[in-house]
Design a protein around this ligand. Structure first.
Ligand code: HXC
Ligand code: NAP
Length: 266
């Protein structure tokens, strides 16, 4: 009998997830593997990648790792080439690698601003550009992980918000240019997600319970909920979707920056 890994929606596909060593990226990689995809995990820390790859392989899936910084185009190109050659094709690219911290714009250094833009926005371009040939060969798809801060003015987040706004624009521009090559390009904008590094940086300690009370759906989202949306976008169910950003935030962005102003003591 075929295992769930061999008979899933993505059986036989090759996938690469940047930021796949932790948090949302790790959850997305695991779900892709459960759907049958062979998954390459990218991040800077080999131990984190190894832990997730082990969890995937012990559960019956296929995972490999390639430790690199998404800011280094040559290394990202090698990771893509290794994915396509090891797995036979690259069908799905997920850009989830990101860096963030709270900082007032008035004291943020130029290098601090640049570091976040480089990781989030340039890293997303680097992996997408390096994957173009392989994805056009497979008629594959890209999913970029953005954030509601791309639209909602948010205190202490000008660097990450600008990077995510750039990613959403890049998503639409690449979708327009690459549709004719059979490549779909979409994004997911998660709201606050339970148990992640992102939320521990944005809403540490007591801020978490006060934010949760104000989310229209009354709770943080789960990594699994983000992963199910990824499955939808990359599967045949999403075959006519490109240039879209799927908002999965429990209604948080409907409130504007209010909860963040409270959380951040403003
Ligand atoms: C002010 C800071 C800072 C801080 C770093 N910098 N942390 N400035 N407040 N808390 C400044 C440094 O002083 C330096 O500027 C510049 O940023 C680069 O710092 P490095 O440590 O050299 O950078 P690097 O090693 O490249 O690390 C990148 C990082 C780091 C972003 C700073 O935090 C990181 O690696 N993060 C990865 C994990 C992560 O952030 N996960 C959360 C993603 S979630 P100077 O001028 O001193 O040289 C997320 C949440 C939700 O994104 C979405 C909202 C949009
Ligand atoms: P996370 O666990 O810190 O994930 C980010 C990953 O990116 C880490 O595994 C990190 O590993 C990797 N990374 C960082 N810089 C990198 C670089 N230069 N090169 C390669 N890899 C790098 O955080 P998360 O909260 O799960 O966030 C995942 C994604 O969801 C991000 O795009 C984030 O902006 C987005 N998001 C999160 C939330 C939330 O509620 N958490 C909300 C909206 C959007 P290394 O440090 O080992 O490289």
């Amino acid at each position: 009998m075929k295992s769930v890994f061999q008979s899933g929606l993505l059986a036989g596909k090759g996938a690469l997830v940047t930021g796949g060593g932790s948090g949302i990226g790790a959850g997305l990689a695991k779900r892709l593997a459960e759907q049958g995809a062979k998954v390459m995990l990218i991040g800077r820390t080999q131990e984190k990648l190894d832990t997730i790859a082990k969890e995937i392989t012990e559960a019956g899936g296929v995972a490999k790792t390639f430790a690199c910084d998404v800011r280094k185009y040559d290394l990202v190109e090698k990771a893509i080439a290794e994915t396509a050659s090891s797995f036979g094709s690259l069908d799905v690219l997920v850009n989830s690698a990101a860096g963030n911290f709270l900082s007032p714009a008035a004291t943020l250094s130029a290098n601090g601003f640049r570091a976040v833009i480089d990781i989030d926005l340039c890293g997303t371009f680097n992996a997408s550009r390096a994957a173009f040939e392989a994805l056009s060969a497979s008629r594959g798809s890209i999913v970029n992980i953005t954030a509601t801060q791309a639209h909602v003015a948010t205190p202490l987040q000008c660097h990450a918000g600008a990077a995510k706004a750039g990613i959403e624009k890049l998503t639409r521009d690449l979708a327009l240019e690459w549709g004719r090559f059979g490549i779909r390009v979409n994004a997911i904008a998660p709201g606050p997600i339970e148990g992640t590094e992102g939320m521990s940086r944005l809403a540490p300690g007591d801020a978490e319970s006060s934010l949760k009370k104000r989310v229209p759906l009354g709770r943080y989202g789960t990594i699994f909920e983000i992963a199910e949306s990824l499955t939808y976008l990359v599967s045949p169910a999403g075959a006519y979707i490109t240039g879209a950003t799927l908002l999965i935030d429990g209604g948080t962005s409907l409130l504007g920056p209010g909860p963040f102003l409270d959380m951040m003591g403003m």
